[in-house]
Design a protein around this ligand. Structure first.
Ligand SMILES: *[C@@H]1O[C@H](CO)[C@@H](O)[C@H](O)[C@H]1NC(C)=O
Ligand SMILES: *[C@@H]1O[C@H](CO)[C@@H](O)[C@H](O)[C@H]1NC(C)=O
Ligand SMILES: *[C@@H]1O[C@H](CO)[C@@H](O)[C@H](O)[C@H]1NC(C)=O
Ligand SMILES: *[C@@H]1O[C@H](CO)[C@@H](O)[C@H](O)[C@H]1NC(C)=O
Length: 373
């Protein structure tokens, strides 16, 4: 019940009356603003690193310009004709993280764009990310990549990205953020969401693409040895079988998520779901036969992982050059196992397999990298 003006003035001095009306008005306005602009789900559990303080603010004035959101930008991933990279590191909210890449990451992106000109390459940042201002010093690696018309940098908002996928409620619940390996587990999940939404090809950001993958029919995964699948490369069609498999992956991810086990939600997940698709209990049998299970192809290690992770030094030591080039001659791409190799600085132009790959498959980044990769 509202008090009338006369009753109210009997109890309160006039300035208190005005204050009261002001407070009520502000309260109503705030409710209105909250209900119209906050499209975050009610039950969502926030996680600071992936939250965008400027999410509803498109006009950033003088500040750095935010990367466009993948779902809101005019140019969106082309279904079935997109290569996805995900960068899921956590940048503290308010830090206004300026988009930056290491030379090796940039090389992955360039090699994918160079060899697949009819595919769009989308590089998606999970934390709020900003572009350098016009007057800031240029980042040569970013400029090298921006010279490719098919490279697109975007950010994503994980809660919005999950919306309408089978894993939406689970993401809102926040279990992912309890993970001991958040960067990796978020990446394991986001690649599945991208393939569920758009289909195409996902690649880890520590690969070098050696030849076109445009004619490789979608729907595949690769083995890293005779009995283990890896999720550094995964392809699914946007519709039909591929989309059904994306749903299987997402449901399995949610059902058996474990934040304490590093490989549980990535490589192991690939194995569990592939066994179901192939109706087999043995990955070893599936890999040995390079089986195509109802349209889902399982490649052996030659195709994406010709050098196994314990042998990663074969990419960076001159003595292995010839041997490594021979071992990788039939591969579509190589995976550099950044998890174990990232500390090694690789001198640009050196006579190593990586040096040769960079020279041939990411020429602009190779020229812009400076002294070391
Ligand atoms: C970008 O990253 C490179 C390599 O990690 C680093 O050397 C450089 O300082 C970074 N630049 C900015 C502006 O953050
Ligand atoms: C799966 O394999 C088992 C035994 O290998 C067989 O009995 C079963 O019929 C197969 N199921 C399908 C759906 O193919
Ligand atoms: C992978 O399969 C191809 C033929 O499909 C074969 O030539 C190659 O030796 C196999 N690689 C391994 C590591 O088994
Ligand atoms: C690698 O092969 C080239 C010619 O193909 C040869 O000249 C060179 O000596 C070889 N290097 C090593 C380390 O075997």
């Amino acid at each position: 019940m509202f008090l009338t003006h006369t009753k109210l003035s009997g109890f309160f001095p006039i300035y208190l009356q005005r204050l009261l009306f002001c407070l009520i008005a502000i309260g109503i306005m705030m409710l209105f603003v909250a209900s119209t602009t906050d499209d975050r789900p009610r039950n969502f559990k926030p996680f600071p690193c992936y939250m965008d303080p400027d999410d509803h603010n498109t006009d950033t004035g003088d500040g750095p310009i935010r990367l466009q959101d993948v779902l809101r930008a005019y140019i969106k991933p082309a279904p079935g004709k997109t290569i996805f990279f995900h960068e899921t590191r956590c940048h503290p909210p308010g830090s206004k993280y300026i988009m930056n890449l290491t030379a090796r990451q940039a090389c992955s992106i360039e090699s994918a764009a160079l060899h697949n000109p009819n595919f769009q390459v989308f590089v998606l940042f999970a934390s709020p990310t900003y572009l350098p201002k016009a007057e800031d010093p240029k980042l040569p690696l970013i400029e090298a990549l921006q010279s490719y018309k098919n490279v697109h940098f975007r950010q994503l908002n994980i809660w919005r990205y999950a919306k309408g996928t089978p894993i939406e409620d689970w993401v809102n619940k926040g279990d992912l953020f309890e993970s001991s390996f958040l960067t990796e587990h978020a990446s394991d999940l986001m690649r599945l969401m991208s393939l569920y939404r758009y289909g195409g090809i996902y690649m880890d950001i520590d690969v070098v693409v050696l030849r076109s993958m445009e004619n490789l029919p979608l729907n595949y995964v690769g083995a890293e040895d005779s009995e283990t699948l890896c999720n550094a490369v995964l392809s699914l069609e946007p519709k039909g079988k591929g989309h059904e498999i994306a749903e299987l992956f997402l449901r399995e991810f949610q059902q058996h998520f474990n934040g304490q086990l590093y490989t549980n939600n990535g490589p192991s997940l690939m194995g569990r779901v592939t066994k179901k698709i192939c109706n087999s209990t043995s990955i070893k049998d599936i890999v040995a036969a390079s089986r195509n299970c109802n349209g889902f192809k399982v490649f052996n290690s030659t195709v994406f992982y010709p050098i196994p992770w314990p042998a990663w030094r074969r990419f960076v030591e001159p003595q292995y050059l010839n041997d490594t080039l021979a071992t990788t001659k039939d591969s579509y791409l190589v995976h550099l196992w950044n998890k174990v190799s990232f500390e090694e600085r690789i001198k640009v132009g050196e006579n190593t397999a990586y040096g040769k790959f960079a020279h041939d498959h990411c020429p602009k980044v190779n020229a812009a990298a400076g002294e070391y990769f």
